[in-house]
Ligand binder design. Structure first.
Ligand SMILES: Cc1ncc(COP(=O)(O)O)c(C=O)c1O
Length: 414
């Protein structure tokens, strides 16, 4: 395992970055993962060697090569996500784009118009539904938090005959750990509802996602795996996909337009084709496929074990430090890839500490502080901000040691 992780580590040029003479110590992979060199190379190759138009618009050899490459990327995403077929994959610009698409295309009915959210949902999931609720199109319910995780029993009680959709993040971006997606699928389906799984934080260090546990829809963001920005995919189970009504329409989505009786009639293409309006991010999709292939070659079981080891080591170091508190339970945190801490010592200022981390001798330590776009979780827990350290395959125990050293130094200064 160690060899495979070490070999992968060499493929992230940004690890060698320095800003104003300070070397990067990157503990912010939950925000975005540093980019894999071969992903950048593939995007460049695709743009320069292909660079034509996909989407079955033109019928010449270059367009055919583009389409073949795009479909191969779709197959790679389908296999990664655990879909039954590539036709269940809609390419998106990431989870935000995917949830906006799902929320605005979902077949709510007068009798089934409730959406139940976990309190751990990122604003990317919360806000599209909150807007629909404000417009009076759905009723929104948010389940409570328990030990920094979703209270599944309460979520179960809130899910009933009016529930159309349950949304649950597979791994929280603020409190870490992972959620029991199979249990969530069972409870949603028992009520006749659908389940959406947000794999943004789960996919990078576990591999795959909610489809493998019975979710009807799931999404991940490519940039959180080291692929280019604005890549990602939405999986929608075939029978649900057939019932969605495209919210974004345009070129490439139409089977036929007819005119009769003074009106136009538009027949949209089936499966993913009805949802990918306009020219797509073909080069990004190709680079995403290369990224998935590289991480799969390293082995997600190895990435998982490595990251879990880093979380374990960091928890051990944090346990002895007075003046801060680790949020969540150890056994839960080991299942995730990040740790949130909050200050307890008087005078500890999170923004000041952030600045302090930026100004270490010879190094700057990149972490994330604040609300992490997890406003529901902040409201439910009462924490207004946290300091989050997050890990990926390229991190080493030395990265944690630099952070711990700086944290201790800062606490001593208070
Ligand atoms: C849990 C979770 N969901 C959704 C998102 C949104 O992802 P993106 O900005 O790639 O659309 C993020 C990003 O931080 C996230 O952590």
């Amino acid at each position: 395992m160690k060899d495979k992780i070490a070999a992968l580590r060499k493929e992230y040029p940004a690890l060698g970055s320095a800003f104003e003479g300070r070397r990067l110590v990157y503990l912010d992979s939950a925000c975005t993962v540093l980019k894999l060199k071969r992903a950048a190379d593939e995007q460049r190759r695709h743009l320069l060697e292909l660079g034509g138009c996909g989407g079955k618009r033109s019928f010449h050899a270059l367009a055919a090569a583009m389409e073949e490459n795009f479909y191969a990327a779709r197959s790679a995403a389908a296999s990664f996500m655990g879909a039954e077929a590539p036709e269940e994959i809609i390419f998106t610009a990431g989870v935000t784009d995917a949830v906006n698409l799902l929320a605005n295309s979902f077949p709510f009915t007068a009798g089934r118009n409730e959406v139940v959210l976990s309190p751990l949902e990122h604003n990317a999931v919360f806000l599209p539904f909150e807007r629909l609720a404000c417009a009076g199109r759905i009723k929104l319910r948010v389940a409570p938090l328990k030990n920094m995780r979703v209270d599944l029993e309460a979520l179960d009680k809130m899910t009933g005959p009016k529930t159309a959709l349950v949304c649950l993040t597979h791994a929280s971006n603020i409190f870490g750990g992972r959620e029991d997606m199979a249990a969530a699928a069972d409870l949603a389906h028992a009520a006749g509802a659908r389940l959406f799984c947000d794999d943004a934080q789960y996919a990078p260090t576990h591999g795959g996602g909610g489809a493998q546990y019975g979710a009807d829809a799931a999404a991940f963001s490519g940039h959180k795996l080291g692929a280019p920005y604005c890549t990602g995919a939405l999986y929608v189970k075939r029978d649900l996909l057939a019932r969605l009504r495209p919210s974004r329409v345009g070129g490439g989505t139409v089977e036929e337009v007819s005119f009769a009786g003074g009106r136009y009639k538009v027949k949209y293409l089936g499966s993913y084709q009805g949802f990918e309006a306009g020219v797509q991010n073909y080069s990004g999709a190709s680079a995403l496929a290369v990224t998935l292939e590289r991480l799969e070659k390293c082995g997600f079981e190895n990435i998982r074990a490595h990251v879990s080891g880093l979380v374990d080591g960091a928890l051990k170091s944090l346990e002895g430090i007075r003046g801060i508190r680790v949020l969540g339970r150890r056994e839960d945190l080991l299942e995730g890839s990040l740790i949130s801490i909050v200050p307890e010592k008087k005078g500890f200022s999170v923004p000041d500490f952030n600045l302090f981390l930026n100004q270490q001798r010879g190094r700057f330590i990149a972490v994330r502080t604040g609300r992490h776009c997890a406003d529901l979780a902040c409201l439910a827990s009462g924490y207004r901000e946290t300091i989050r350290i997050s890990f990926f395959a390229y991190n080493t125990p030395d990265d944690t040691a630099f952070f711990i050293q700086a944290l201790k130094k800062y606490l001593q200064l208070l």
